[in-house]
Design a protein around this ligand. Sequence first.
Ligand SMILES: Nc1nc2c(ncn2[C@@H]2O[C@H](COP(=O)(O)OP(=O)(O)OP(=O)(O)O)[C@@H](O)[C@H]2O)c(=O)[nH]1
Ligand SMILES: [Mg+2]
Length: 201
Amino acid sequence: MYTLLSGLYKYVFQKDEYCVLILGLDNAGKTTFLEQTKTKFSRNYKGMNLSKITTTVGLNIGTIDVGKARLMFWDLGGQEELQSLWDKYYAESHGVIYVIDSTDEERLSESKNAFEKMISSEVLEGVPLLVLANKQDVENCLSVPDIKTAFSDCAPKIGKRDCLVQPCSALSGQGVNDGIEWMVKCVIRNIHRPPRQKDIT
Ligand SMILES: Nc1nc2c(ncn2[C@@H]2O[C@H](COP(=O)(O)OP(=O)(O)OP(=O)(O)O)[C@@H](O)[C@H]2O)c(=O)[nH]1
Ligand SMILES: [Mg+2]
């Protein structure tokens, strides 16, 4: 009876846990996106004032539950000297959210280079990538097609892994639900895939 009840309890309440990295240059909007996500997906979370967020030195952690999935986010600082720490977290991650500031055309190629370096890591092979074209609330910002064009030579390195470029405003919340729901679907599907050929040999 105890086994039956504990099995039932686990079935109903136990969550499958997934780690998702939030990466991108400094000022892209990663921490704002994490706060917006926690506010939207955690019923009891009293969101902080988004205008009070300052640059991240180290990392911020956040957790949300979506259905039977528990997503643990690691929002890492994006300043140049902090980017060298990103790869320390790759081995633990089931998904990556890469945030781009769509208002900053000047730093777009810098962002592309950081993205390319990140996806070149073998450790992240097969891991779903959600690319956020953030700050879409700002007039005359770069559009999704503009960003796809600027990042087009990364396509061979993305390969067959799931990848979505999502227009978004971390500040207003536009596109946040769609992005998170896509990521949840992908990490669940990915974890149930058979091991990659490389892992078998
Ligand atoms: N207009 C607009 N501003 C945004 C948006 N998202 C973030 N910002 C602003 O961009 C600035 C940087 O946001 P952060 O969330 O601190 O950026 P970050 O990527 O975490 O930066 P680091 O921690 O330095 O790596 C802040 O002034 C935010 O208010 C957005 O969707 N629209
Ligand atoms: Mg930050």
